[in-house]
Design a protein around this ligand. Structure first.
Ligand code: PGA
Length: 250
């Protein structure tokens, strides 16, 4: 049985000071939901404060990005080992905002997944199609290419990792994928993992992300192959995020 995983991606919201109150709220509801793994991914500058706030609680810490190398002359970058030092156990890789605004390709994503695993971080690798690709019936093709780009490194990881299916058209738009659309892609990803390694398919948690909120979380989480959710906007609202985590617990 895969434990449900609920991750809050705070994006570029909440610095060191304002992140503490939000992290404290997460600690409060995480303690009441022992059947759910709950993680938050604040901006880099808030990691230390959030790490201190959640210490000793069930809340887990993630980062939103990393540089693939351990160290080096890469001005402005942060490595996986630095994130580990801050208390992170997770890192989001290949978010569509990174792919879209910062030119990350499938090859970049593969290198980052590899860098994360080498540092002992569990990657949450994001995949997803654009609206144009969905309309052109290319959804499964695009996602298969994305998954295949990191599958080899992923399969060699001693740590359990996660894949988040996040249709680009559903992110921050208020228009979530329906349970049927989500399940179709999740099932396909599960099969691709299985064709590589059945144990990998069983242990990898597949998350859905894209306009998840307190109202739609339960129906998405009810899908057989949806093991959790990656939540953006609604994770900034403690009541909504708590309700989503509660839905994952049922
Ligand atoms: P959203 O973002 O929940 O605001 O759509 C999800 C994400 O980008 O991970």
């Amino acid at each position: 049985m895969r434990r449900p995983l609920v991750v809050g991606n705070w994006k570029m919201f909440h610095g060191g000071r304002s992140s503490v109150a939000l992290a404290e709220a997460c600690v409060r509801f995480a303690e009441q939901l022992p059947a759910v793994d709950l993680a938050v991914a604040p901006p880099f500058t808030a990691l230390a404060a959030v790490s201190e706030t959640i210490e000793g609680s069930p809340v887990q810490l993630g980062a939103q990005n990393l540089h693939p190398n351990r160290e080096g002359p890469f001005t402005g970058e942060i490595s996986g080992s630095m994130l580990r030092e801050c208390g992170c156990t997770w890192v989001i890789v290949g978010h569509s905002e990174r792919r879209g605004h910062f030119g990350e390709t499938n090859a970049t994503v593969r290198d980052k997944v590899s860098g994360a695993i080498d540092s002992g971080l569990r990657p949450i690798v994001c995949v997803g199609e654009t609206l144009a690709q969905r309309k052109a019936n290319e959804t499964l093709l695009v996602i298969k290419q994305q998954v295949e780009s990191f599958l080899e490194v992923f399969a060699a990881s001693p740590l359990d990792a996660a894949i988040a299916y996040e249709p680009v058209w559903a992110i921050g738009t208020g228009q979530s994928a329906g349970p049927r659309e989500a399940e179709e892609v999740h099932q396909a990803i599960r099969e691709w993992l299985r064709s590589k390694d059945s144990n990998l398919a069983e242990k990898t948690r597949l998350l859905y992300g894209g306009s998840v909120n307190a109202d739609n979380a339960a129906s998405i989480l009810a899908c057989d192959h949806v093991d959790g959710v990656l939540v953006g906007g609604a994770s900034l609202d403690p009541a909504a995020f708590g309700a989503i985590a509660g839905a994952a617990s049922r």
